[in-house]
Design a protein around this ligand. Sequence first.
Ligand SMILES: *[C@@H]1O[C@H](CO)[C@@H](O)[C@H](O)[C@H]1NC(C)=O
Ligand SMILES: *[C@@H]1O[C@H](CO)[C@@H](O)[C@H](O)[C@H]1NC(C)=O
Ligand SMILES: *[C@@H]1O[C@H](CO)[C@@H](O)[C@H](O)[C@H]1NC(C)=O
Ligand SMILES: *[C@@H]1O[C@H](CO)[C@@H](O)[C@H](O)[C@H]1NC(C)=O
Ligand SMILES: *[C@@H]1O[C@H](CO)[C@@H](O)[C@H](O)[C@H]1NC(C)=O
Length: 829
Amino acid sequence: MLQNFPSMAPPQMLVLPLILLVSLIPSSFSFTPVDNYLLNCGSHANASLFNRIFTGDSTKPGSDYLAAGKSITLANQNSPPNSPTLYQTARVFTSTGSYRFHMKSNGIHLVRFHFSPFSAQGFDLKSAKFSVLVGGNTLVKEFQLRNGTLIKEYILKIESNLLEIEFEPVGDSGFGFVNALEVFTAPVDFILDYGARLVDSSGVEEYRNLSSQVLETVYRINVGGSKITPFNDTLWRTWIPDDDYLVFKEAAKRVASTHTPNYQKGGATPEIAPDNVYMTAQEMNRDTSSLASRFNITWKFQVAPAVGGGGVRHLVRLHFCDIVSSALNLLYFDVYINGYSAYKDLDLSSLTVHVLASPIYVDFVVDSDDSGSIEISVGPSDLSSVMRMNALLNGAEIMKMVNVMDSHVVHKRKILWILVGSIVGGVVLLSVVVGLLAFMCRKRKPKQKTAESVGWTPLRMFGGSSLSRLSEALASPGSHGYLGLKVPFADIQAATNNFDRNLIIGSGGFGMVYKATLKENVKVAVKRGMPGSRQGLPEFQTEIAILSKIRHRHLVSLVGFCEENSEMILVYEYVEKGPLKKHLYGSGLPPLSWKQRLEICIGAARGLHYLHTGFAQGIIHRDIKSTNILLDESYVAKVADFGLSRSGPCLDETHVSTGVKGSFGYLDPEYFRRQQLTDKSDVYSFGVVLFEVLCARPAVDPQLTREQVNLAEWALEWQKKGMLEHIVDPHIVGQIKRESLKKFGETAEKCLADYGVDRPTMGDVLWNLEYVLQIQESGQLREATADLTTTVVTGTPSDSIRTQGYHDNCNSDISTSEVFSQLINNEGR
Ligand SMILES: *[C@@H]1O[C@H](CO)[C@@H](O)[C@H](O)[C@H]1NC(C)=O
Ligand SMILES: *[C@@H]1O[C@H](CO)[C@@H](O)[C@H](O)[C@H]1NC(C)=O
Ligand SMILES: *[C@@H]1O[C@H](CO)[C@@H](O)[C@H](O)[C@H]1NC(C)=O
Ligand SMILES: *[C@@H]1O[C@H](CO)[C@@H](O)[C@H](O)[C@H]1NC(C)=O
Ligand SMILES: *[C@@H]1O[C@H](CO)[C@@H](O)[C@H](O)[C@H]1NC(C)=O
């Protein structure tokens, strides 16, 4: 074993990691339920199954568990050789009889019945027919098992300190039986009362009070993996492979990871599903299909059919862990259940702390159809780039909501506890797995009007949400949603050394930007609004609620805000290498290579595309420029400064001339005609950035000759002459392949079309830029006219490049108000 690790560190260096490891192991495999009753029924001996000891239920006569009623013990005299000891005995109830358990904990519990019928002493257990009641409610009605062994599992809320489980034979000569019984406390937050998505023909809505339902497990599937026995499961469950349920096997391809999942606060835990579920998945099988073809992977499960016009309600819990992507925010897919859209543009990276391959789950509530099937599909989202179209699923659980029949009310009055019904406010704290955060419902009611009036699609934000690591450093414990992003003014003062001028890293229309360090050494950029420069507080808050939810690899995240003392302060993630502009010209930083530049443009385009079409659909950036595209330590582009003042008193000249939004040289000329900014205005500005990146010169340079002042005009002229190579940054001129330059020039030219309708969408731009990079990289394509769908593309653009760089951040552009008036004059001519 040791020789496999030639570069092993000396022993003393292993001490720390070892301690860490040791402290980690129990947390992943040590779930100890508060209540944990395991009974070997009809026996006085203990029996073990998958390393768990089931205690004999008749250890002493009239033992703790066995309550009133006539019952006998039965032992199988000729049991098959491999049958577990646990199943060789049974308790047989010849009249209604029950077990009683003293419960130490209330809340969600798992109850399992093991049935393995055999014949002995004149009893043929296969002919037994009986109902099982839990707390007077019938969970299993007139049950009969003719064959094999069956474990029935229920997940239910227990709110009393005494649990009674009754077996009630059907008919006078009937009898009931059970071989083994499990009753144990579920992990905290196993079933959450919010955040489940009710999916039906009318769309998606939140489903509340899930914990008040009795759930019966119907399917538990380890998608793309092998069978997991109770031995390897944290809650002693069995997971089976998905192959038998795939509708079209060729659509799916198994993937497996060798790394244990990155469990994160806010995501799934090993108790929700074990490692093995998250380490395997089915993804889209692209081996036989063309790169650009779209299709779903579909699984079909047989469940209880609809009765009397109403479908039977089921909980569908889907498990995800992105084990296929090389970086965050590359995978977007849609989830459908029974043909309805259940989750659109699912971006796993945005659901938990920003870590790849961190497990999450999403709960859906659906009704079965008349044929009694539930169909689950995953397929690529419209947001996926052509080369990265994929979708995946790691696990699925289907649980039927048992319509409990409370048929024994009178008879049961003495029972001290109630199974369902009243809900004592579930204590569900931070570890939100899927959740409609409190603020959303608050938001949706009173604020809806505001949001709609400014053109936001009504947000359906529930389903997966948690605070990022950064926000955790900020959030007060227990707080939810954007309120949790509220930062006390005192903390900001401390983090900025009381707004130390030496920490100023930029200034703009909004105010000063400071580099700050929060507790836990988290670096952030703090933007302090100039008093009076801002719109009203409610709009400010609404926007923050939205912006704080946007998590994208290519967008700078808002991680907090402060509105005390009439201050309006925004806290952003700190982006190490600062604005793209600095890396292009004027600062003496080493020039970026052509490939780096392309990758940066692709990243920024992806971020913008997401703003326009993604989760935050419809946000127009309004101020795209090279100072608003920041680079992180790996030169990954992050678009900054989006979304704000969208709901302000409309973008008018005052705004522009005060430099809040829209910068000269980047501004959409159509804006002057229509007085209206659209997402195509962002495309125009982005076109300017593309030329800026190519030529390494400012969008406006008043020092130059008249024809050269405006980059867009000047570059377009060269582009139209087909002589773009004449104005390429000399640092990269030798690196660019002709076809790559040609396509790049065409793309930028289209962005700069006079009319918005003639410009491509950001999605098209992204697509084209990825293509430019492919041409540059592949070296196989001669003609830039090739169409991607007919081209064999090898490899995908990588999003990170490593080179050395230098720290910087936002800086103000040339004085916008000054040049703006110049521009108006120009236009007026
Ligand atoms: C059965 O197991 C219980 C604990 O699970 C233990 O206390 C008891 O001694 C065992 N009885 C026998 C007979 O092994
Ligand atoms: C019982 O199982 C056997 C084989 O396992 C099968 O042939 C038979 O059809 C089953 N009977 C019922 C009633 O399911
Ligand atoms: C859901 O729970 C809330 C509080 O927990 C309760 O007020 C409400 O009546 C419950 N709704 C249903 C349908 O049980
Ligand atoms: C399950 O556990 C057993 C015993 O620890 C181990 O040998 C086996 O490899 C495990 N299976 C999986 C799929 O992890
Ligand atoms: C995937 O399935 C859904 C629901 O049946 C359907 O609306 C959608 O068009 C399918 N997508 C593809 C690419 O086939």
